[in-house]
Design a protein around this ligand. Structure first.
Ligand SMILES: *Cc1c(COP(=O)(O)O)cnc(C)c1O
Length: 350
């Protein structure tokens, strides 16, 4: 496999002279900072927020690096993983020329960001068992294919992609393979972060929005070679992670054990939910899940969706999505919420 990062990058990005912020031009300690046109008098909140935050979030990255056993230089933080998706497309894909491959049914934002950037999308649907169509992917790759987005565990199907299949793509594709691991903490399988040293074309995305319970902060993680991270750093907005988020995420990272307890609880509750759903007479299939949600195929899913709405319970109707016909995606709730859901469904007589 021939991996040439420079060749893959858009020419304008390869040659980009990045914005040099005040905080990146002077990094030492000093007593008087008059270089960034901040308000020297403070703010109505706490004094601290009157200063621009660290553009590269080193304190936060070092702490994440320790937990994930990966060098801080291999981490990029984004305003949600969604920003990371956008940065990757903008770094590698010339509008109207380069393309990405996605494997639907999958997370919708890959396509949305491609569309926003005027980058064509090639769809290679998953097989009926929700695994990768490797021959289809091989056939779809052309000289303009820059990125392949793989989501594992996959949203909305909940299953993990076969590890060996992902490795086949990594070994045979000369572009970038993005493995979106938003739900990895709920999975039986280990993260691809530990494979970064073996694959120069591997990019792994994780997020604080799911297992860490911090969706409102908007904080996503991208793991890749220092070379790829350096490029993404040059095109990201200089202060893309605000100071409050950096501060709160640092605090959250001190509570790893609490988070692990929530993950165990969610996985246990997922088992209970799966069993209760499978016992409902109108449910056809509860697909195996490695995530904090389950995809459920049933008779007339849209009617069930509407019924649940009248009970004040909102789930995601995926019925219009190919391979997800008559399926609802249901997030694992607390035991109380899940009992409410199941009780409502037991009373349903469509
Ligand atoms: C929820 C989710 C994300 C998280 O996105 P954020 O922008 O970090 O909140 C990423 N990928 C997938 C597949 C998801 O389902």
């Amino acid at each position: 496999m021939n991996f040439d990062l420079d060749k893959l990058l858009r020419a304008n990005i390869r040659n980009l002279k990045p914005y040099s912020s005040a905080r990146s031009e002077f990094r030492g300690t000093a007593s008087v900072f008059l270089d960034a046109n901040e308000n020297s008098y403070g703010s109505p909140l706490t004094k601290w927020y009157n200063r621009y935050p660290d553009p590269l979030q080193w304190d936060l990255k070092k702490k994440i690096a320790g937990i994930k056993s990966v060098d801080a230089e291999k981490i990029l933080l984004g305003n949600g993983s969604d920003e990371c998706i956008d940065l990757l497309i903008r770094a590698f894909c010339d509008p109207q020329k380069d393309r990405i491959i996605i494997c639907p049914p999958t997370y919708g934002m890959y396509e949305v960001y491609a569309n926003i950037n005027d980058v064509p999308v090639t769809e290679v649907p998953l097989l009926p068992d929700f695994q990768l169509n490797l021959e289809g992917i091989e056939g779809a790759i052309d000289e303009h294919t820059k990125l392949i987005f793989l989501c594992s565990p996959n949203n909305p199907t909940g299953n993990s992609l076969d590890r060996e299949d992902i490795e086949v793509v990594l070994n045979n594709f000369e572009g970038i393979v993005v493995v979106d691991e938003a739900y990895i903490n709920y999975s039986r399988y280990r993260s691809f972060v530990s494979e970064l040293a073996d694959y120069p074309n591997l990019v792994v995305m994780q997020t604080f929005s799911k297992a860490w319970g911090l969706a409102a902060l908007r904080l996503g993680m991208t793991f890749a070679s220092p070379q790829i991270i350096r490029v993404l750093n040059t095109i990201k907005p200089p202060y893309n992670i605000n100071a409050a988020t950096q501060e709160l995420a640092l605090k959250a990272l001190d509570n790893l054990e609490d988070v692990n307890e929530m993950i165990r609880e969610t996985v246990k509750e997922r088992g209970i939910l799966v069993k209760a759903l499978a016992d409902l007479p109108f449910v056809q299939t509860v697909y195996p899940s490695d995530a904090n949600f389950v995809l459920v195929k049933m008779q007339n899913a849209t009617a069930v969706y509407e019924y649940l709405k009248t009970k004040g319970i909102i789930v995601r109707n995926r019925s219009t999505v190919a391979l997800c016909e008559d399926s609802l995606r249901i997030t694992v709730g607390t035991d109380v919420q899940d009992r409410q859901l199941i009780t409502a469904l037991q009373q349903y007589n469509g």
